[in-house]
Every structure is written in structure tokens, then in C-alpha cells.
Design a binder for this molecule. Sequence first.
Ligand code: SAM
Length: 199
Amino acid sequence: MNEKIQRWDNLYGAVQDYPAPNSDLIRYRALLPKQGLALDVACGLGADALYLAQQGFDVLAWDASSVAIKRLQKEAKAQDISISTSCFEITPSVFKRGRFDLVYVHRYLDRDIFPAIIESLKPGGVLFYQTFTQSTAAECSPTIGPTNKAYRLATNELLSLCSTLTIKVFLEGFSADPKTNQIQARAQALIVAAKPGAS
Ligand SMILES: C[S@@+](CC[C@H](N)C(=O)[O-])C[C@H]1O[C@@H](n2cnc3c(N)ncnc32)[C@H](O)[C@@H]1O
């Protein structure tokens, strides 16, 4: 096993409380297909995969950390949720063309698999992708997410990676607090985008 995955195993082994699902996934749920086959890429402990299964999706959850996958299996069993987990290093060749109604990626960036992710969407299928950016890293204190810039999106990069898709939501850069109008740097960019074609 490589060192990077060993670090994730160690980290997940030390996590006490099972996390809550991503609040942005819940916020934009209505923009996703009602149901169908969903993939959570690099799912980690899989709280978002469990949320998608609770929402009626058939869910595949992939991650290279065996510790995370075992914890997810345990949690799914405890909650009586059916989910298909797999533990392996994700490469472009594991994606099949036109397979998924939804591909979900949160806090993971591997540019080599991006074209394969888009290929794996059915026509009308939706990509939800959210991860850390380079541009606002310095403005978020303390810095959240990877310190290595290679694992953070460049400005507009997510938009250009999704240039063949129809954008439903794109958030990057800054946001204003609705109560105070105070401007805050976003640590992450988020896109919800659909593959053109039948829904
Ligand atoms: C920051 S965590 C994100 C986990 C989850 N998506 C979340 O938001 O909580 C990154 C995950 O990527 C996984 N990972 C890293 N490299 C991988 C690879 N080559 N193949 C599969 N999973 C990988 C790690 O094991 C880790 O669970």
C-alpha cells in the first residue's frame, strides 16, 4: 500500500464520531436526479454515500482506504442501509461509459480521472463536484484542506473541466453573508452540472 493511503488509514482509525453528510449536498439535493445509480468517488467514511442511499439512490462507494470502507460498511449495517462498497485505487480504467445517473466527488482531486468521470455519466446524468481551491487558500484562516497546491483547483479550473456539461450551479471565490453582507472566501469550489441528453 502506498504512503498516502496509509496516512488516510491512520487518520480514519483515529476518528471517534461518525461525520454528518455534506451540508452543500443536502442544500442542492433538489438539483440531482430523483434516484438511479450513484457513485461516491473517494468516499472516505461515506456519510455522503449513506445520505444518497437514504435519498433512494443505488450507491457505489469507492475508496482506497480499507479502514474507511470497513467503517462505512459497519455504519451502513447499523443504519440498515444497503450500499455497495469497494476498496481500491481509483484509475481512469475503472469507469465505464454511460453508467451513472449521479457522480459525487467531495474533497478529492485527481485530474487524470476527470475525463473518465464525465464519460461515466449517462446522458442527463449529473456531476456534483466540490473541492478545495488554490485562490482562496491564503484567505481562509486556518487553511483548510491540502497544503500541496497540486491537490487544489486553480481559478476557473472546475468550470473548464466541466465545459462539456450544462451548469446548474457553480460557486467559487467569495460569498457574502446574507445577514451582514460581509464577504468571505470560499475554501472550496462547487459545481452541479448535467451531461447533455435525455434525463
Ligand atoms: C479528503 S478525503 C475525502 C473523503 C470524502 N469524500 C469526504 O469528503 O469526506 C480523500 C479520500 O480520498 C481517498 N483516496 C486518496 N487517493 C485515492 C485513490 N488513488 N483511490 C481511491 N481513493 C483515494 C482517501 O483514502 C480519502 O478517503
